[in-house]
Design a protein around this ligand. Structure first.
Ligand code: LLP
Length: 417
């Protein structure tokens, strides 16, 4: 359920006509529905109401300040993967004690920043990282709370690029090495072992891979207990999928029931790192048709948004449904909807039946709230687009459109030129 609906043939975000946003802000533009963001966060959080837990929203999915603030206001924490994400989350007001830090490439200065901030837990992804965190924490006279991100070798059944829990993936410490590392961690001066972590992939549409991974980690938790290592946190990662097209992912409530059943006898505080599930269907990208071109073998619709604005179709062949802002097109046409970037991979829709858009028509790419703006770039020297948040009948610009001057910000012409 989202709040992008037609009213009298015109597409609205909550009570705002999307065409009115474009009239004021221009196109392309990302538009988020505040009610949908809240609703999705509450649905996820509510699924675990009966057990101690923290929802640490995964900042990478959409790191815009107003989006972060929406979840922080609802009591959410964050999952970060860089010092930059920590900075953003702190600026948005996150409680440092609700921050978990994942990622295979944490740099010294990022580790130090996180330690000085007093985050809850580092999700450690390698043997060397564990040693490094201990060294830095000791130098600062601190103890770093850590979990080991265990790679359980379970297939999440999703796109290879977003599969992270298989043995050959770069993520985590393999399950056969993890016990050794826990033993070592317990003896390191700068480390306090407090948790265990997994994240097996993204856009999962089944609960079994989560449960299978939990079962594997449970065996470890038991053994750790016998060794006198008592954990407090079980970080189950993110990854719960959404509907883009005809997928049928479990509802958060159903996912919750199964995860609670699988973890209930552990008595641990659960941590979750959902990204897409909360923001994916709360945002859209609105673009305008610039030209159309009909060839014998193919129809093209050229628009003012490209793979630099929404990279997912080019990168993963992802499906984003497209809807006309005004339902007055004359029928349907099979076409590619393409951007202005000089690459053949620059498409948002490939060989699909879409409304017969004509020059000037506006369209919305749905389910673009996660990994949309966050993965955008200024490739081909295209300023990054504006973002707008709607609440009820009101809307505000939450990120200004970049200007062409912004494009050369920080550049210096070499003195020898
Ligand atoms: N935790 C960790 C450690 C992660 O690496 C990720 C996502 C998440 C949580 C959140 O996963 P989610 O709940 O959003 O599935 N750009 C790709 C998705 C990359 C996911 C990366 N890691 C896409 O557009 O599909």
């Amino acid at each position: 359920m989202n709040h992008f609906q037609y009213k009298a043939n015109e597409l609205y975000a909550e009570d705002v006509r999307l065409a009115d946003i474009v009239a004021k802000v221009g196109s392309p533009v990302y538009v988020y529905s505040h009610a949908t963001l809240e609703r999705h966060f509450k649905a996820f959080d509510g699924a675990f109401a009966s057990v101690p837990h923290t929802v640490c929203y995964s900042v990478k999915a959409n790191s815009t300040q107003s989006v972060l603030k929406t979840f922080i206001n609802l009591g959410g924490g964050v999952d970060i993967v860089s010092g930059g994400e920590l900075y953003r989350a702190l600026k948005a007001g996150v409680d440092p004690k609700k921050v978990v830090y994942s990622g295979v490439g944490k740099k010294d200065e990022e580790i130090e920043y996180a330690l000085n901030t007093g985050i809850l837990m580092f999700n450690v992804e390698s043997e060397q990282e564990l040693t490094r965190i201990s060294e830095i924490a000791s130098r600062l006279g601190k103890k770093a709370g850590i979990a080991i991100r265990v790679n359980p070798d379970v297939d999440p059944g999703t796109h290879p690029y977003i599969t992270t829990g298989l043995k050959n993936a770069k993520f985590g410490i393999t399950i056969d090495r993890a016990m050794e590392e826990y033993k070592r961690a317990a003896g390191l001066p700068g480390i306090e072992v407090i948790g265990i972590d997994m994240h097996i992939g993204s856009q999962l549409t089944k609960v079994n891979p989560f449960v299978d991974s939990i079962e594997k980690l449970k065996v470890m938790i038991g053994k750790l207990k016998e060794m006198g290592i008592n954990l407090q946190y079980f970080d189950c990662g993110g990854g719960l999928g959404i509907q883009y097209n005809n997928e049928e992912p479990p509802l958060p409530a159903d996912y919750g029931k199964e995860i609670i059943a699988a973890t209930k006898d552990l008595g641990l505080h659960l941590v979750f790192e959902p990204g897409r599930n909360i923001v994916g269907n709360a945002g859209i990208l609105v673009a305008r048709c610039l030209y159309t071109k009909a060839r014998d073998e193919k129809n093209f619709i050229m628009i003012d948004a490209g793979m630099n604005d929404l990279a997912r179709p080019a990168l993963y062949g992802s499906f984003h449904s497209v809807q006309a802002l005004k339902k007055d097109q004359d029928g349907l046409i099979t076409a590619d909807i393409v951007g202005p970037i000089c690459e053949s991979g620059d498409f948002l829709v490939k060989d699909r039946e879409v409304p017969m858009f004509k020059q000037g028509d506006l369209m919305a790419f749905m389910s673009a709230g996660a990994y949309g703006f966050a993965m955008s770039s200024s490739y081909n020297s295209r300023p990054r687009v504006a973002e707008v948040m709607v609440k009820g009948g009101a809307f505000e610009i939450i990120r200004e459109r970049e200007t062409i001057e912004d494009l050369i910000k920080g550049e210096k012409v070499a003195t020898f030129l």
